[in-house]
Design a protein around this ligand. Structure first.
Ligand code: GDP
Length: 361
């Protein structure tokens, strides 16, 4: 899926940079522009040069960031969106625009929903968001900010792909020190999803190879989405890999996504590996197993030819808004909101950010 990536805020910029680096290193050609937008000069300066950077809100915060104030983040983006849009080129071949942000901070949390809204107004392409949920042990400001941001993003974007930092965290690792590793892991699986629709004709068995429209159609069936991934060593001969495909798909679905799979409305199973090592029977069996687990009849499946000695399964789940992790997250956001209750809440309600409407999801 040929995509233009726009990171908003610190996490957004770093993730876009990691996604661009993955796409370039693997030569996938799915990333058709990588941008980072921030209110903090220092965060932009640390990004490598292929990422095009844009400072916003200079007249308000002089390049010092919005300090976790996501309303200011939204306001700044509203004022400077035209400049951001001017800097972004979306050519005719681009399938989707993807806005990436940490939901718990200020610039990305407030700015991403506004930018999505502006992009939707200008382009007739799907606009997706990738939203990073705050960890369970991050403070109440992060939970409240993320609750508001996710609710608005879900309304504005064609789909929100959720990234759960907690699911990538290794035991004993602090969130901060793990970010680089976490970003690479996230970039690997999201990068593979984008690349899956970008196979040259002739590289694999054409009719079974996933194309961009299958990603778009899967995402269309829900507001919130998640991606699971697993891989394993494979035999050179496809006939010996039927169980490998079913077991990696099982792992991809049941670990790492943090969502209850039976809440999904639609799914896409992508099996990646050497074409001669991918068993048709295994892919179909894995697809049907995902159908059983999700209870959805909208489960698509296909291959992604790669020159790798292992086989990987990538499962995109769409329509996961009723999942326990998301409900618990909204519950925490609501509790945090209740304990920090003050006049601000009324302003929020007036601005359409009312947290009691989170139940809508
Ligand atoms: P902003 O710059 O004001 O938009 O704020 P941040 O991007 O720092 O957003 C804060 C949220 O994003 C917190 O919940 C952090 O846990 C998360 N976060 C910050 N940096 C990273 C990162 O590099 N990777 C990931 N995965 N999450 C991050």
């Amino acid at each position: 899926m040929k995509s233009v990536l726009i990171g908003v805020g610190q996490a957004g910029g770093k993730l876009v940079s990691a996604l661009h680096a993955f796409d370039a290193a693997e030569n996938h050609g799915a990333v058709h522009g990588a941008h980072a937008v921030n209110t903090a000069t220092a965060d932009l300066q640390s990004l490598p040069s292929p990422v095009q950077t844009r400072l916003v809100g200079q007249s308000r915060v002089s390049g010092h960031g919005v300090g976790g104030d996501n309303e200011l983040g939204a306001q700044v983006m509203r004022e400077d969106a035209a400049e951001v849009l001017d800097a972004v080129t979306v050519t005719a071949e681009v399938d989707a625009i993807i806005v990436v942000a940490g939901l718990g901070g200020g610039t990305g949390s407030g700015g991403a929903p506004v930018l999505v809204q502006e992009l939707k107004r200008v382009y007739d392409r799907p606009v997706y968001a990738v939203g990073v949920l705050p960890g369970r042990d991050e403070g109440s400001m992060y939970q409240v900010n993320a609750g508001r941001s996710l609710k608005t993003l879900a309304r504005e974007a064609d789909s929100v792909l959720l990234v759960d930092n907690d699911a990538f965290r290794q035991s004993g690792e602090s969130l901060g020190s793990g970010f680089e590793r976490i970003n690479e892991a996230i970039a690997g699986r999201l990068g593979l999803l984008l690349a899956a629709g970008e196979v040259d004709a002739g590289t694999g068995v054409a009719e079974s190879v996933v194309d961009a429209s299958e990603i778009v159609n899967t995402l269309r069936d829900g507001q919130l989405a998640a991606v699971g991934y697993a891989d394993a060593a494979a035999a050179p001969d496809a006939a010996e890999n039927v169980n490998v495909v079913t077991s990696v798909t099982r792992r991809a679905l049941l670990t790492g996504t943090s969502v209850d799979v039976d809440t999904a409305d639609a799914a896409l199973v992508v099996v990646a590996g050497r074409p001669s090592a991918i068993p048709r029977k295994g892919v179909e069996r894995a697809r049907r197993w995902v159908e059983d687990e999700t209870g959805s009849m909208q489960v698509r499946g296909g291959d992604f030819p790669l020159s790798s000695d292992s086989l990987a399964s990538l499962v995109l789940l769409s329509g996961v808004e009723r999942t326990g992790r998301i409900q618990a997250f909204f519950e925490r956001a609501r509790e945090a909101q209740a304990t920090t209750e003050d006049a601000e809440v009324e302003d929020d309600a007036a601005a359409g950010w009312a947290v009691d409407e989170l139940d809508d999801l």
